[in-house]
Design a protein around this ligand. Structure first.
Ligand code: SF4
Ligand code: SF4
Length: 363
């Protein structure tokens, strides 16, 4: 049993510490930041599952390309990489009540991303998205190689961060200016039915331009934290905007904060956690890494819902809630017929034969 310390005593102690000129401030090394935690295991699991889904889909594609029997089913999870079609599907659903039968899982996954962002900041990006995971691994690797991550100057950082919102704005404007008939025509088009294969070709038949762009992104991600997510990802822009109305946020108790700055050092988005009482930025991805390194004690830094200081949220609880929500949504969608594509094996096989014809180019 540890003796309970009154918050006032802790605040006084913190104040004393602040005033001690020779107080040895905690260092990044002592606080063990960047250590492998539960969130990283969740990320790794989702990443491996995504790779597994990709391989599974590739096998399905190879079997469907041949004349033999197809022994594996098409994995619906591959549709997680079709967010634009999912956004169109959601618009159609809102307008007509029709659930897109071609890539229904895309809508479920986008819905899940939106739901957890509305609830737990941009946690889809910090806990779930495999691209976000890869970005994080790259900047952590870069930190090891170069000894630090570099920061883009503020005057350039702000306009660059606007890029992802511009991209999102472009997609939303395009989709929202489409009529109901135009939406239906796109979502029933041969192109959209085979858009998962087109996406596969993006990886298996990379052009030189694609290779160069990807190489630049990888290099930039090694040097700058979450380069893709911070500047270019429209999916992240959407989850970030939704997170603005999230009732959950990082809250700092300035009475017990010893101003060590570890929180902002470790933050993947360089947010000024050590200077703000609460973090409302659309960039905060709910990773909770700042709370894990904070040596302030007495929950100086914590994830709170509706500002209630309850010491409730821990990475373990948040991780469980995110996973249970995802599994629950997928299960519900599966048993209610909102997960599996209506494109049959025969139709998929037939369309694969003619995929290079003009009707399979982007309408
Ligand atoms: S403020 Fe904290 S929870 Fe938000 S991104 Fe930064 S480290 Fe993660
Ligand atoms: S809130 Fe940030 S600056 Fe304050 S004690 Fe915690 S880690 Fe240090």
């Amino acid at each position: 049993m540890t003796a309970k310390v009154a918050p006032l005593e802790l605040a006084e102690e913190a104040e004393e510490r602040k005033n001690e000129n020779d107080f040895p401030k905690p260092t990044l090394k002592k606080a063990k930041p960047y250590s492998w935690g539960l969130r990283n295991y969740v990320q790794l699991t989702i990443f491996l599952i995504t790779i597994g889904i990709g391989v599974h889909f590739f096998i399905y594609f190879l079997q469907a390309s041949g004349d033999g029997a197809i022994t594996v089913s098409r994995p619906a999870g591959v549709e997680g990489f079709l967010p634009i079609g999912a956004l169109m599907g959601w618009k159609l659903f809102v307008l007509t009540g029709i659930w897109d039968p071609v890539h229904p899982a895309a809508m479920v996954i986008l819905g899940f991303a939106g739901l957890i962002s509305l609830t737990f900041r941009k946690s889809f990006c910090g806990w779930f998205c495999p691209v976000g995971t890869l970005s994080e691994w790259l900047w952590k690797l870069g930190r090891k190689v170069f000894g630090k991550n570099y920061r883009i100057p503020v005057w350039l950082d702000f306009p660059l961060r606007s890029l992802k919102y511009l991209l999102l704005g472009f997609f939303i404007w395009t989709i929202f200016s489409m009529s109901r008939l135009a939406l239906l025509a796109f979502l029933r088009s041969p192109y959209y039915k085979m858009s998962d294969v087109k996406m596969l070709f993006f990886f298996t038949r990379m052009s030189m331009t694609t290779c160069v762009v990807l190489a630049i992104l990888v290099l930039a991600s090694l040097v700058f934290r979450n380069f893709w997510c911070r500047y270019l990802c429209p999916y992240g822009a959407l989850t970030g905007l939704l997170a603005l109305v999230s009732p959950t946020r990082i809250q700092r108790n300035s009475d017990t904060c010893i101003e060590c700055k570890l929180c902002s050092e470790v933050c993947p988005y360089h947010l000024p956690v050590d200077r703000k009482d609460r973090i409302i930025s659309p960039e905060c991805n709910g990773c909770m890494d700042c709370t894990l390194v904070c040596p302030g004690g007495n929950n100086t830094l914590e994830l709170q819902t509706l500002g209630v200081r309850k010491k409730f949220w821990s990475p373990a609880k948040l991780g469980v809630v995110i996973i249970v929500l995802y599994v629950g949504l997928v299960y519900t969608a599966t048993i209610t017929g909102h997960w599996k594509s209506s494109v049959s094996e025969q139709e998929f096989r037939m369309k694969l034969q003619e995929i290079h014809m003009p009707q399979y180019t982007h309408p």
